[in-house]
Ligand binder design. Structure first.
Ligand SMILES: Cc1ncc(CN)c(N)n1
Length: 224
């Protein structure tokens, strides 16, 4: 078990494509080092664009939050994305000779547009829970992937920096805090037995859609 909370555990179990996401061939290639470098860099440039929009979506979470504690949790996640995760992308790309300008100007791939706008739309047209359910696979899936690849021993992988970022205590703490935020937000709005309500199915549906979009996102690094 990941320790990222009860809602996540139930939504993860119900999301048909969860294994397609966390055990995608791209992920296996990161772990065993067989992923071609050019595909990794192509993914990373797209992911930089992705994280810009995801940071915006978490900032929208702060706007939609119902309490100061919820607001703080959203802002802490924006900080983790902007100040801890994105510098990894900037550094690896700089080392590979990809300038910061390229990160800013590369057009977003259709799969990237689809995913980021789906999540933002969940926040614009839905409430705080809709937004959290759409955001959860992103943060927590990478936490699960990073922890597993590190456990399986990726010390020799050329992608060990990437793996170490998501396996790190900082990232894992963010995952635990996001899991706790979701559970508390669900309990405050839906009570003690949320899974008995029709609303729960809608939220699980949002999580499942975002999971499918995550699985498809890895293909950006495998397609030419
Ligand atoms: C597509 C995607 N999903 C999730 C993460 C982890 N924040 C990410 N960097 N990129």
């Amino acid at each position: 078990m990941t320790g990222y909370g009860r809602s996540f555990a139930l939504w993860r179990e119900a999301a048909g494509a969860w294994d397609d996401y966390v055990r995608h061939p791209f992920v296996q290639g990161l772990g065993d080092g067989t992923l071609p470098r050019d595909g990794f860099l192509r993914y990373l440039v797209q992911d930089y664009r992705f994280l810009i929009h995801f940071s915006r979506a978490w900032a929208l979470g702060a706007a939609k939050a119902g309490t100061l504690a919820e607001m703080r949790a959203c802002i802490a996640t924006v900080d983790a994305l902007v100040n801890h995760e994105m510098p990894l992308h900037i550094r690896i790309c700089a080392e590979a000779g990809i300038p910061a300008e390229t990160l800013e100007t590369t057009p977003e791939a259709p799969g990237n547009l689809a995913y980021t706008r789906y999540v933002l739309e969940a926040g614009y047209s839905g409430d705080f829970l809709d937004l959290l359910a759409a955001l959860a696979p992103c943060v927590l899936g990478y936490g699960e992937i990073g922890a597993r690849l590190a456990r399986e021993g990726a010390a020799d992988s050329p992608y060990r920096d990437w793996i170490a970022t998501y396996a790190s205590e900082d990232y894992q703490r963010t995952c635990r805090e996001v899991g706790a935020l979701i559970d508390a937000a669900v309990a405050a709005r839906l009570g003690d037995a949320p899974e008995t309500l029709p609303r729960w199915r809608e939220l699980a549906g949002r999580f499942a859609t975002a999971t499918r979009l995550e699985a498809a996102f890895w293909n950006l690094g495998l397609e030419n």
